[in-house]
Design a protein around this ligand. Sequence first.
Ligand code: NAD
Ligand code: DAU
Length: 339
Amino acid sequence: MRILVTGGAGFIGSNFIYYMLKKYPNYRIVCLDKLTYAGNLSTLRKAMEFENFKFIKGDIADRDLVYDLFEKEKFDIVINFAAESHVDRSIEEPEIFLKTNVIGTQVLMDASRKFGVKRFHQVSTDEVYGDLPLDRPDLKFKEDDKLRPSSPYSASKAAADLLVLAYYRTYKLPVTISRCSNNYGPYQFPEKLIPLMIINAMNDKELPVYGTGHNIRDWIYVTDHCEAIDLIIHKGREGEIYNIGGNCEKRNIEVVKTILKELRKPESLIKFVKDRPGHDLRYALDTSKIEKELGWKPKVKFDEGIKKTIKWYQTNKEWWEKIISGEYMEYYERMYGKR
Ligand code: NAD
Ligand code: DAU
């Protein structure tokens, strides 16, 4: 089997590459990644030691490069993780989100059609459904619910999902889509809630909680997401969407306090700051479809996953110290300086 993983130098894509290299030693895995601020080649250092792995630096929206690569590699399966992924950055500067998340997906699908790929899998997000109210814990999103994205990021992911479904209907491109909730685990870029809070707490810096901290996210440990994608690409039905969730809803403030407790740091580090514009209140997914059809269930409990994640950031300081010494500090100042 010959597999293309796009965005594999980022958080979930890199975890997926390690998962696949371990589980399928006979598969050839190629990673295509533009190495934006969020991509980090050092994350793939150990993968580079595998003979059946290859890294290519490039943009998924670069048609010539993508077509050349597909012609050469003759992929059976394409899994598209590559994206601009941070909501706050999409609010600052939406355009690149459309270029990568929509046009990039289109270019990959055109190449998949042209070169006869057997499965194109789009890694999407629960954010395409919009949000749920905080006082209706009974409500959860199902795969056929309306798309009501709130941010430029989620709108670009929703647009890509619609395009993927259109390519299935019009051109019979064999596609699948997965919509996952909030991931956490090793190699997550420290602009996202959990790694940002872990690193700030370790450095005795303020922990900036947006608004009241009462917003709810559903947390899933990254390897559970990888396992679900593995099942979908091998056993999922063409043209179908699968929700993937951790069944682990938590208010942001609860997550932040758990991190402080684990690190034995005081709650006085918490600082409530100006809310994110259009901030989604609550995400929750009905995951009965993937459970019934593919027998998937998340395995890692939050208590265990958060301990493992904190431990990883404690023992891999050189990975994140490099990141927070560069462009990241300018971003941090822009985002939090006067908040
Ligand atoms: P990330 O930001 O950590 O990584 C994205 C990767 O894509 C980086 O390596 C970056 O260099 C690469 N990339 C960006 N633009 C590119 C381009 N034009 N061409 C090639 N590569 C490019 O993101 P992540 O958190 O790992 O998310 C991966 C995917 O999963 C995204 O599609 C995201 O929408 C989706 N998703 C993420 C979460 C989450 O909680 N992080 C949850 C559900 C879905
Ligand atoms: O739900 C899946 C989505 O999860 C993915 O599609 C996105 O790619 C991923 O970034 C994530 O989006 P969120 O906006 O939910 O994640 P983020 O880590 O940015 O924020 C999580 C919550 O924490 C959210 O309610 C905002 C809040 N927050 C975040 C940051 C960075 C804070 O209170 N303070 C912060 O400094």
